[in-house]
Structures are given as structure tokens and as C-alpha cells.
Design a protein around this ligand. Structure first.
Ligand code: C5P
Length: 215
């Protein structure tokens, strides 16, 4: 069974997908972490690269996911890839065809080995698994998503202005939804859940009910 969870940055996809996967005994795959891992690697070489460099990196890169742990060539980069610079670079390189082709191939491969998968990203129900058993599109207003990000960072001791975070969220929304390849958008089969005024528990319950109805 494949459960696709798509949606914009900060809609709660990771939190919801992780808890849901645990609850129903499925493997959780965070595809955003894979784009972030490639972005991180490119930033390590200075952020400038030719198409040849990119091809080489994509050929030789090893990305493995273990729940919410991300390993790049064996190094645990789980925290390092949450950085704002990495987010921006990830959105940028996610518009490049060879990057998407390589990562989509890897995502399909990862799911092949599993009985049940909860995969979250931007193009899971449209490109990676157009025949997914369940397609959910999680969204929330940009203001609510920026507020959540603000509170999350504040709890970790970082005081980043809300306005700045809102601007970054809107910037990423624009890149992700207007790109030529695999833009972020729900299909007719996606069940759209607006999480603006909902708790994580409510959203998980709603998805669990949807899964029960389908099975
Ligand atoms: O989900 P997350 O915010 O970690 O993803 C980082 C970036 O990777 C997104 O802004 C998006 O540009 C890209 N991405 C994508 N397709 C996916 C997952 C992420 O283009 N399936």
C-alpha cells in the first residue's frame, strides 16, 4: 500500500506522515530530505556547479533514510539539512530534470522493497506514484505555516522574525508550484486537508479514517 502525502512547506507533512506511518505500521519516507541531501552536498562544494559536476554527484551519492534520520555518504546530516540555506538550495535544484529523475527512481526503488509506505513530498501522487492507493494533500495558509515555523524555531532557542519566515515560505511556495517539471499541485484524486485550524491528532485521525474506508 502506498499512501502519498503532498503539500507545501510547513503544512505539517513530516510530523503527520511520521506519526501516521508508526501508527499503521508502514515505512515513512521523507522525499524532501533527499532533495535537501543533494542540496547540502552541492553547498559543500561551494554552491556552484556545472551540469557535469551535478551528474557526477548524482551518480555517486548515497542517501539513506532511517525514519527521520538522513545519512549522506554515511554521515548523519539530519540536523544540518534543516538550515535555511539548504532549504533554498533544495527548492532551486528540485527544478532540474536530472535531479528529479534520479531521486524519483530512488524513491520508487525504496518503496518497492516495502509492503506499506507513507511517502511525503510535492509530487508523490502526481509523478512518483500516480497510482498510489491514497493521496492526501495537506495544506494551511502561508501565515499559519510561518507561525508554526516561528514557534518551532523559538522552542529551539532561535529568534527569527516571523515576517522573514513568512517571506521565505512564500518564496518556496512560488518556486515549487510554478516550476515546469512536477509542480506542486493536487490531482483530482488527492483528498485536500486544510490543517490551518486543526491539531496534528485531528489530521492523523482524519487520514486514518480515510485509510479505513479505502481498505
Ligand atoms: O519537504 P521539504 O520542505 O523538506 O522539501 C525541500 C524542497 O525539496 C522543497 O521546497 C521542494 O522544492 C523539494 N521537493 C520536491 N519534491 C519532493 C520533495 C521535496 O521538489 N517530492
Amino acid at each position: 500500500m502506498i499512501i502519498a502525502i503532498d503539500g507545501p512547506a510547513g503544512a505539517g507533512k513530516s510530523t503527520v506522515a511520521k506519526i501516521l506511518a508508526e501508527k499503521i505500521g508502514c515505512t515513512y519516507i521523507n522525499t524532501g530530505a533527499m532533495y535537501r541531501a543533494v542540496a547540502y552536498k552541492l553547498l559543500q562544494i561551494g554552491g556552484k556547479f556545472t551540469e557535469e559536476d551535478l551528474k557526477n554527484i548524482l551518480e555517486n551519492i548515497s542517501i539513506s533514510l532511517d525514519k527521520d534520520k538522513v545519512l549522506l555518504d554515511g554521515e548523519d546530516i539530519s540536523d544540518k539539512i534543516k538550515d535555511e540555506k539548504v532549504s533554498k538550495m533544495a527548492s532551486k535544484i528540485a527544478t532540474i530534470k536530472i535531479v528529479r529523475e534520479k531521486l524519483v527512481e530512488k524513491q520508487r526503488q525504496m518503496a518497492k522493497e516495502k509492503e506499506c509506505v507513507v511517502m511525503e513530498g510535492r509530487d508523490i501522487g502526481t509523478v512518483v506514484f500516480p497510482n498510489a492507493d491514497i493521496k492526501i494533500f495537506l495544506t494551511a495558509t502561508a501565515e499559519e505555516r510561518a507561525k508554526r515555523r516561528y514557534e518551532e524555531l523559538k522552542a529551539k532557542g532561535f529568534n527569527i522574525p516571523y515576517e522573514h519566515l513568512l517571506e521565505k515560505i512564500k518564496e518556496r511556495d512560488k518556486i515549487d508550484s510554478t516550476r515546469k517539471i512536477a509542480p506542486l499541485k493536487p490531482t483530482k484524486e488527492h483528498i485536500v486537508i486544510d490543517t490551518t485550524d486543526k491539531s496534528i491528532e485531528e489530521v492523523i485521525e482524519e487520514i486514518t479514517d480515510i485509510i479505513k474506508k479505502v481498505n
